[in-house]
Design a protein. Structure first.
Ligand code: ATP
Ligand code: ZN
Length: 210
């Protein structure tokens, strides 16, 4: 019998909610932390536990039939996948922030400034759309310390509570992208019976919550 695969985050901010959603769909599986694959015992499904950054590509290439990942990750990897369903968790916003005492009030004032980010593709898109030429400095983490060290004039990073920005003396002033976790599949017109069945279960779990 055919089995489908779903890729979810192995550990991190989306892992727990992804596992919870699948369990609420009535799927039985062992949530082995050390194993990268878990077989569902009462549905022809295998769960792949991956780094979130790899999920869009696995789905695009058909290695996984479905994936659960943040919209921010999809936008940054520039792969082509199809979003079946927004899942209502993992909500966050990618924002541009500057030092508290920097008197920037309009995004046009970012012209020729240096912006540190882990999201160079999304940021470049945003700057292009707003006709702003700025220098993007790509760093993989802790971008908030950039302005304080004189490394950058501004940052573009994910903000959920704003606490990290505040403790680094930064204030957000422009929203670049809003994101939440989504269920994705390959970009094709053909869908399978098993994907449809799982999607329907997920949608009834989401409906029951609202
Ligand atoms: P991995 O080890 O899988 O690469 P990661 O460190 O890149 O994990 P996490 O920090 O676990 O990623 O975040 C996963 C996703 O959770 C983000 O891509 C984003 O969609 C979402 N998210 C929600 N709130 C936040 C937040 N405050 N900071 C960062 N990501 C958040
Ligand atoms: Zn990641």
């Amino acid at each position: 019998m055919k089995t489908i695969k779903i890729a979810i985050q192995k550990s991190g901010r989306l892992n727990e909610k992804s596992v919870e959603l699948l369990k609420n769909c009535g799927l039985n599986f062992e949530n082995y932390k050390s194993s990268l694959i878990s077989k569902v015992t009462n549905f022809p499904l295998e769960i792949l536990f991956l780094r979130d950054d790899d999920i869009p590509e696995y789905v695009q290439d058909g290695i996984a039939d479905l994936g659960i990942v943040g919209e921010n990750v999809i936008a940054e990897t520039k792969v082509s996948t199809h979003t079946l369903q927004k899942l209502g968790f993992g909500k966050c916003t990618l924002k541009i922030a500057v030092k508290k005492d920097e008197l920037i009030s309009d995004i046009a004032e970012l012209e020729n400034k240096t912006i540190a980010t882990s999201y160079p593709i999304i940021l470049q898109d945003y700057l292009d759309k707003n006709n702003i030429k700025a220098n993007i400095r790509t760093i993989s983490g802790s971008v908030e310390i950039g302005p304080g060290l004189g490394l950058s004039d501004a940052i573009c990073d994910i903000v959920s509570t704003g606490a990290t920005l505040k403790s680094n003396g930064l204030v957000p002033f422009a929203d670049v992208l809003s994101s939440e976790a989504v269920l994705i599949t390959k970009n094709t017109n053909e869908s399978s019976h098993l994907i449809e069945e799982l999607l329907q279960r997920i949608q009834s779990v989401l409906r029951a919550k609202n």
